[in-house]
Design a protein around this ligand. Structure first.
Ligand SMILES: [Mg+2]
Length: 471
């Protein structure tokens, strides 16, 4: 009997932001709808529903261009807080169907679907997937598509293939045939540089990858090459794990309320932003080795630089002065007003703030303070308590309060559904399924050996930088 591998379900909201707007205002149904970002909601298109897409509207297009292409289209300003609420509603339903849910963005995630159909008394995975999709669309109001496969890459490709409002299962013996015509550029993790390197080997589609000798790919791309080769041959079997999805970068960009000629005011926004990002460090127990600052001017040109600390950092008293110094160097000699400031951290290490032999780490207090702040915010609402920097920044721009023009990534920690949190009845079944005799144990990340299923490349890691993922 063939070994038993994990089956992974990928779910993705269809034109999520536009679907949310339609869910909020049913009068928009059956009309071309697009959501416009920017300061007045007339910057660029950040999502368009499928009717609007038929007119040629795409994410990233300028709103005036969209209006020209589709004069009867309805332009809606974004309501990020509502999208976030609907996203949480969607994930809270999805979590009921799996022992492990790994959200990757506001409208996307992976579910361990190996035992779910059996646990829920369905004969096929398709039957349960359809049931879930129907439930989400009736109860939350947003349509989702889903794909099922034996790796995240494959499941995601299956979803893309059946969009919108569809489900596609790629059976284990049909993977190679399904993947053969798929262009490698469609895979997440393959950007222009890798695509070019693959083209130089004569590779355009995954079918070409399957025909190449493994050694060649391995020498050129390392582990990534091996995984690509296994995927193309239908032999990549993955174990879904939360650890696979570890953060690789945290970045945050703030478009200033107006083109700011005063550098000091812009610096204030940058420091406020840094403060918020550092709060994430405490929350997720991280410290960062590398940091970058980017400043964009009103002519849309920008300057940036990055720094690598001798050791990973998490303390504001170390980070803030460096941010300030980098910012001053970047804006020195510039005459344009500032439009946007960005901060970026990567190369993380775990933050361990345990008391040691010499007593408590001084930052232990700070973490406690962050926890207290978080608790206050949970109880009394966001921004019910604020730092001096924030207070100053707000006095610069009162309308930064409330529904901000920023994409609200739903933090993974809010949605990570661990096995123990499932209802008891489901837990029993899901945790203790009766496996066939020669079932292949699904290894955990720690026990992973060279021959076991491999983690996907780091590019899979999630980023809070939403610039390329909107829509
Ligand atoms: Mg989507």
């Amino acid at each position: 009997m063939a070994p038993r591998y994990q089956r992974i379900l990928h779910v993705d909201g269809d034109a999520f932001f536009a679907s949310c707007e339609i869910a909020l205002d049913p009068a928009l149904r059956n009309r071309p709808v697009y959501v416009g970002g920017g300061r007045r909601g007339d910057g660029i298109v950040i999502a368009a529903n499928y009717i609007a897409k038929r007119y040629g509207l795409i994410t990233g297009m300028a709103c005036f261009e969209a209006r020209r292409k589709c004069p009867e289209g309805v332009l809606v300003r974004p309501h990020y807080n509502e999208y976030r609420r609907l996203s949480l509603e969607m994930f809270s339903r999805l979590k009921n169907y799996t022992p492990m849910l790994v959200p990757t963005s506001i409208d996307e995630g992976f579910l361990d679907f190996t035992d779910s159909p059996r646990v829920f008394g369905c004969c096929t995975a398709a039957e349960l997937a359809e049931r879930i999709r129907r439930q989400i669309v009736t109860e939350v109001g947003v349509p989702i598509s889903a794909g099922l496969g034996s790796s995240r890459w494959l499941a995601k490709l299956a979803t893309e293939h059946c969009k919108p409002n569809g489900f596609l299962e790629v059976p284990a013996d049909g993977e190679r045939a399904f993947l053969a015509p798929v262009p490698v550029k469609k895979l997440s993790g393959i950007a222009e540089r890798r695509a070019r390197a693959l083209r130089s080997l004569g590779v355009r589609a995954l079918g070409d990858v399957a025909r190449l000798p493994l050694e060649m790919l391995r020498r050129r791309f390392g582990v990534f090459g091996l995984e690509l080769w296994l995927l193309a041959r239908g032999e990549l079997h993955e174990t879904l794990s939360l650890a696979n999805n570890a953060r690789t970068c945290i970045s945050s960009a703030t478009t200033l309320p107006w083109d700011e000629p005063d550098c000091e005011a812009a610096l204030l926004f940058l420091l406020d932003q840094t403060e918020r990002v550092i709060t994430t460090f405490f929350r997720e127990n991280l410290k960062a080795r590398e940091m970058g600052v980017f400043v964009r001017f009103c002519n849309f040109e920008g300057v940036g630089r990055s720094v690598r600390f001798p050791s990973a950092q998490f303390e504001p008293r170390v980070i803030d002065p460096v941010v300030e110094q980098m910012f001053r160097e970047l804006v020195a000699g510039q005459h344009q007003p500032i439009r946007q400031v960005c901060i970026h951290f990567c190369n993380f290490e775990p933050l361990d703030l345990q008391p040691d032999l010499f007593g408590e780490h001084p930052e232990f207090k700070r973490r406690e303070m962050h926890h207290a702040l978080e608790e206050i915010e949970t109880r009394y609402g966001p921004r019910s308590i604020k730092s001096g920097t924030r207070l100053l920044a707000e006095s610069q721009a009162a309308h930064l309060l409330g529904d901000k023009a920023k994409c609200p990534f739903v933090p993974q920690r809010e949605m990570e559904i661990k096995v123990g949190q499932l209802p008891e009845t489901l837990c029993e079944n899901a945790l203790d399924p009766v496996y066939e005799e020669d079932w292949l144990p699904l290894e955990s990340d720690e026990s992973r050996t060279g021959s076991g299923p491999l983690p996907l490349p780091r590019t899979w890691g999630r980023s809070t930088s939403r610039a390329t993922k909107l829509g």
